[in-house]
Design a protein around this ligand. Sequence first.
Ligand SMILES: C=C(O[C@@H]1C=C(C(=O)O)C=C[C@H]1O)C(=O)O
Length: 395
Amino acid sequence: MQYNYTRLVNDKDEQKLYEALDSFETSAYFRTRDATKARFGFGATVTTDTAELLQDDIAFGGRSFDEQKIKNSTLMNGFWFVPRIAVTMTQTTITFSSDESLDFDTWLAQIPNMKAEMVHVISVDDETDWADRTEKLISTLKSKQTLKKVVFGRQQILKLSNKLYLSRLIRGLSSQNNTYHFILKHQDEFYISATPERLIKVADGHLTTGAVAGTIQRGDNEQDDMALGKLLLASHKNRQEHQYVVENIQQKLQAMTEKLTVPADPILLKTQQVQHLYTPIIGEIDSQYTLVHLMNQLHPTPALGGVPQKEALAYIQDYERTPRGLFASPMGYLDAEQGGELVVGIRAMHVNQRSHQATLFAGAGIVSDSTAAQEFKETALKLKAMRQLLKDYSI
Ligand SMILES: C=C(O[C@@H]1C=C(C(=O)O)C=C[C@H]1O)C(=O)O
């Protein structure tokens, strides 16, 4: 983008940018897990359902989980766009970029103020048979030695009383600490995620990825929380679930990287609702590969699909309620240097503003040692992130 303008951040910038997410037909937001940087994209000069053609542009978007299609949705079948205006905000500076010559401060001042009404949840359609279906999956895993792990997804469909405004919804994201925040909006749909999981970041030939798999609840106090963390680190079932992911990432990246550093043991990654086993992985990539190549090579890791991949994906297609769309898929931004950062769209919901319908998603890695009731509780905790966001909206 040829026009760039950087200045110090002022008090009103953030709220105005949030309102611009609502006022543009196409927009996106990406905030890093450590909350030090936020990127916005507004308006679209190009839109496409695959990222392959966009590798020399700044772009935002997400790919669909697999090739299955979702009816009446543009976003859920994979959606990428090159923004008219890109904004990057750190704690001190703000940078505006565009191919158009714009007075950015005049542009920002013109964004209309958004007035949001309260939104109530009118009804919840849960998958009440999810635990039974998980029980069947566990029996299959026990009897069929070739299938080792399946990440089984669950949905809750909520009817809402009114349209949601992103400028208000986004405020509640601040309590979802230690997660990436991602929003992708197009026309009457948006997808929002507060995910702890990065698929991949590429900058100057350096790659950062990692395995996030294996879950336990948070404790009510620090002591309990630490005890639960220790339990998770010592759990054979969770370590196995986790190890599948580490090995798979290593194997998939072997041919594309010069050097890969993989710690022997996981550490803990804690969100508001749960704690996970986490193995950060770094490396140097061969110069012919871009972020998009790596995304397609890595996705889906067994943190979201399963082991062996082909069989696990077939199981997911056959036994989950609907195709996943953007759920559990790579999403984020591409920069103009064939790098960027993609996270995995979990702890997430898809909203259709026309039908006032929100679909919340959660999944859990199932292995032969799993118990259905425990996994049901785990998915309920994971769904809580978006349920909390909707509660915070009306406070
Ligand atoms: C699929 C989800 O989470 C994934 C599954 C996990 C697990 O089973 O322990 C942990 C983190 C994620 O890799 C989700 O949150 O929806």
